[in-house]
Design a protein around this ligand. Structure first.
Ligand SMILES: [Zn+2]
Length: 209
């Protein structure tokens, strides 16, 4: 079934929601909605001003939300769904989720305790970019570029599967908490729900010098 509308522009004022062009919803939002239970969808639809229609199936509820809410409201809904899933989690919870995901998908994941925080040295710390050396490897988290890098041998393989190494996992516990949460939530959301139109993260494994 086709759920994404064409990005055609509206050419006149809207007088009725019924005749409104279907707004463009991101695949991310569609996936988030599909992963939301029916009672929550019913609740959200009402919260966002849609009249309650009893007896709708999940799919019908999702379709109705996507069809009837404006693009701006859909963006707010996307933020709300992300906050509902991840908003209350700490850096350590989020990191655990990311590492569990790695373990589920690839059978193994690095352990944080194998990279002691005391052995990490901050080389460069910008507002949204951090460079560390850890046991001789260069580790970079760059929030604005959605860029992660580590020069360790493990990451040569892990990076191809968008998985973390113990150095990057440790780095997330060292950067300021608000930024670490922002980065990890973005990473989990794009990995778990993203589509081709979702900005993804680059995993870079430069060879050690
Ligand atoms: Zn590494």
């Amino acid at each position: 079934m086709k759920v994404i509308s064409s990005p055609r522009q509206r050419d006149g004022p809207l007088f009725s929601a019924i005749h409104r062009q279907r707004p463009t919803a991101s695949l991310l939002l569609i996936n988030l909605l599909r992963d939301t239970s029916t009672p929550i969808l019913v609740y959200l639809a009402e919260q966002y001003g849609l009249r309650r229609v009893p007896g709708l199936t999940r799919q019908a509820l999702v379709d109705r939300i996507l069809r009837q809410l404006s693009e701006e409201v859909l963006r707010r809904l996307e933020d709300d769904l992300i906050a509902a899933r991840y908003g209350s989690l700490s850096v350590s919870d989020l990191l655990q989720l990311a590492l569990e995901g790695d373990r589920r998908r690839h059978g193994r994941a690095p352990r944080l305790e194998d990279m002691p925080a005391d052995d990490a040295r901050l080389i460069e710390g910008d507002a949204r970019r951090w460079v560390y050396t850890m046991h001789g490897y260069d580790v970079i988290i760059d929030l604005d570029r959605r860029y992660l890098a580590c020069s360790c041998p493990f990451f040569q393989f892990a990076s191809r599967r968008q998985a973390l190494c113990k150095h990057l996992a440790r780095a997330f516990t060292l950067v300021p908490e608000a930024y670490a949460r922002e980065a990890l939530i973005d990473l989990l959301v794009s990995r778990g729900y993203g589509g081709p139109d979702t900005p993804g993260w680059s995993f870079d494994a430069p060879k050690a010098a």
